[in-house]
Design a protein around this ligand. Structure first.
Ligand code: SF4
Length: 274
């Protein structure tokens, strides 16, 4: 199968995956609730930070945290109010995996400190290739962590130089840089062409089925390699395939193995090597 033909199948997948139904079970639904850019940024950064594990597990925690932030003026006002000192009453009863309520509030505090220093979260990301842009932003955000930050809190700020795919930060960049639905096009100083695909388990698995990578582990190198392959089909916007690829798995439509019950209806079936 030639490369152009693969691009046509990917386009068919994008047309096949319903955006509205996908958004309902995607963490992008959290920033989409807000209108003010500061609230959109902070809600998005918090939701993306917690986007590990299953969405039905971390989603209720994000919901509860944002409900409390809303009671305190909204995500941006809540983050800004924490800058000068932690609030031990915030999220006292919340936890997710290895993050307790204090860690969750400290994440908001990091975003508040970055906003005070740079004016917005978006301003922490300078234009340029994702490795440099994201790396510099993570350096900045790490600089706002408290000296006694827990290991769990530090793990939210993954850096490309560590080899991590930085899926949650690449996802946030996709949300805020791309303009096509469901993405929000908020950070207009950055270019979709510079993004790297947010490499979760679903996207990595299907990428291997399509021959977009042969790597065994989903790290930064694999994310860049898959992005380069996708750029063959759309150099200006290589991660436009991400939502559809991810939701093949999230929706349960792709079971990760050949399955006579579902594969015949999959737009990628003729090019899938599963
Ligand atoms: S053809 Fe089947 S295994 Fe391959 S991507 Fe589609 S649903 Fe998944």
């Amino acid at each position: 199968m030639g490369r152009p033909a693969l691009g046509a199948y990917l386009d068919a997948l994008v047309a096949h995956v319903p955006v509205e139904a996908g958004v309902a079970r995607d963490p992008i639904r959290f920033p989409l609730r807000y209108l003010a850019p500061g609230d959109v940024e902070v809600a998005g950064a918090f939701a993306a930070s917690l986007a590990f594990g299953r969405v039905d597990l971390f989603g209720p925690i994000v919901d509860a945290a944002l409900a409390e932030a809303d009671r305190r003026g909204g995500p941006a006002a809540f983050a800004d109010a924490l800058v000068d000192g932690p609030d031990p009453t915030a999220f006292a009863d919340l936890y997710y995996r290895w993050l307790d309520g204090h860690d969750l509030a400290e994440a908001f505090r990091v975003f508040g400190r970055a906003r005070r220093q740079a004016g917005s979260l978006g301003a922490c990301f300078r234009p340029g290739p994702a490795r440099e842009s994201l790396g510099a932003a993570i350096d900045t955000l790490r600089g706002h962590l408290p000296p006694d930050a827990s290991r769990g809190l530090r793990s939210l700020f993954a850096h490309p130089a560590d080899g991590s795919a930085c899926k949650r930060w690449c996802m946030l960049l996709r949300w805020f840089v791309r303009t096509e639905a469901p993405d929000l096009g908020l950070w207009t100083h950055l270019r979709p062409a510079d993004l790297v695909v947010p490499l979760d388990t679903h996207v990595f698995r299907v990428s291997r089925f399509l021959g977009l990578t042969r790597r065994a582990s989903p790290g930064w190198a694999a994310a860049e390699e898959i992005t380069r392959q996708l750029a063959v089909f759309d150099a200006a916007d290589p991660v436009r395939y991400d939502f559809a690829l991810a939701h093949l798995g999230i929706s349960g439509a792709c079971r990760g193995v050949r399955d006579a019950a579902v594969c015949p209806g999959c737009p990628l079936e003729p090019v899938c090597r599963a």
